[in-house]
Ligand binder design. Structure first.
Ligand code: FNR
Length: 328
């Protein structure tokens, strides 16, 4: 397990998806040539799952479960704290099975005692495990990840998905913190949104294709080509957000997957997301350039999101949803 978590990080760092063309390039936000705002009056605060946030950005689920990933979580926690943005842990599966690995996750809370922290587990876990995960991090919300494509590619992955729906339904009903159901970079179909709505899920992170590619990461772990023909599977973040439109009145949508720059953030917000998660790019920045540069990058993005909103003549994130969008 320890080795697998380190391999995920190493292969994720090799991926160059963040410079590639993206489905976000086909989304054009119509600017206003005669705007009326002062950038100082633009408000980028938002809320979801009953949490109030000064910024629409959050650090999405990544890691924990080994000595190396503990050091990464320590740095990510400092970034989250200094930027006042939420952070999700990596899957707590390893710590739930082996308490000696807990510290590699609890460092997120120890370093950031007052911050917003999301605990992360897979849908194979029941209510009791979900409660343990939340309590371990004194988490403000629980993320449940859906990663079927990753599981079927892993030799040691799950093969029985028959309890996923029941577990999610029970956890949503029982837990006393908000529940966010997320993908892991493969996006969500219209059918998935419908199923999650039926289960009572109120907050969904589409986490679409376009950035970190977990099919490729799992295939990279094996010497043969294994199932590399699966590397193009997935629904882009943009397409997932389009599918989410029919559900946005009842379900809060979060966007993640392949966010490359502040314009992608604004596009996702204009398509209805309440906030935007970033993983791979933050991992790369913190590992290659350090904590100070990562904090500076997030602050630069927040300033530039405001500038873009001025050009769109939009003062707050709710109003962004009303602007006209062209799709190429
Ligand atoms: C992830 N991701 C992830 N997601 C999750 O729910 N639980 C997890 O344990 C992990 N582990 C993990 C490790 C590493 C190294 C990376 C880079 C990512 C997936 C992540 O939360 C996100 O959904 C995808 O990475 C897509 O976002 P980006 O990376 O394209 O911004």
């Amino acid at each position: 397990m320890e080795n697998r978590k380190d391999q995920h990080v190493a292969f994720a760092l090799q991926q160059q998806a963040f410079q590639k063309p993206s489905a976000f390039d086909d989304v054009i936000l119509e600017h206003v040539s005669l705007p009326h705002l002062n950038v100082n009056d633009v408000d980028i605060s938002t809320s979801f799952a009953g949490l109030k946030l000064s910024s629409p950005l959050y650090i999405n689920a990544m890691t924990g479960g080994s000595e190396k990933t503990k050091a990464i979580n320590e740095k990510l926690a400092e970034v989250a704290k200094r930027c006042h943005i939420p952070i999700a842990s990596g899957s707590l599966s390893s710590a739930l099975k082996d308490p000696s690995l807990s510290e590699s996750f609890t460092v997120l809370r120890d370093k950031n005692p007052d911050g917003l922290i999301f605990a992360n587990i897979g849908a194979e876990y029941d209510v009791e495990a979900a409660k343990r995960a939340v309590s371990l991090l004194q988490a403000d919300a629980l993320q449940i990840h859906l990663n079927v494509i990753q599981e079927i590619i892993m030799h040691e992955g799950d093969r029985d998905f028959s309890m996923w729906k029941k577990n999610i339904e029970d956890i949503v009903k029982t837990l006393d913190v908000p529940v966010i159901v997320k993908e892991v970079g493969f996006g969500m179909s219209a059918q998935t949104f419908e199923a999650l709505k039926q289960l009572g899920v109120k907050t969904i992170d589409v986490s679409g294709k376009g950035g970190t590619n977990f099919a490729q990461i799992e295939n990279d772990r094996y010497k043969d080509e294994h199932m590399s023909y699966m590397n193009d599977m997935g629904i882009t973040t943009v397409q997932s957000l389009k599918y989410s439109k029919d559900y946005q009145d009842e379900i809060e949508i979060l966007a993640s997957g392949g966010i490359r720059n502040p314009l992608d953030v604004v596009k996702a917000l204009a398509m209805g997301a309440k906030a935007v998660g970033i993983s791979g790019l933050i991992l790369k920045t913190v590992e290659q350039e350090g904590v100070d540069k990562t904090v500076a990058l997030i602050k630069k993005w927040e300033a530039e999101i405001k500038l873009i909103m001025v050009a769109l003549d939009v003062q707050n994130i709710n109003d962004l949803r009303k602007i006209h969008i062209q799709y190429k």
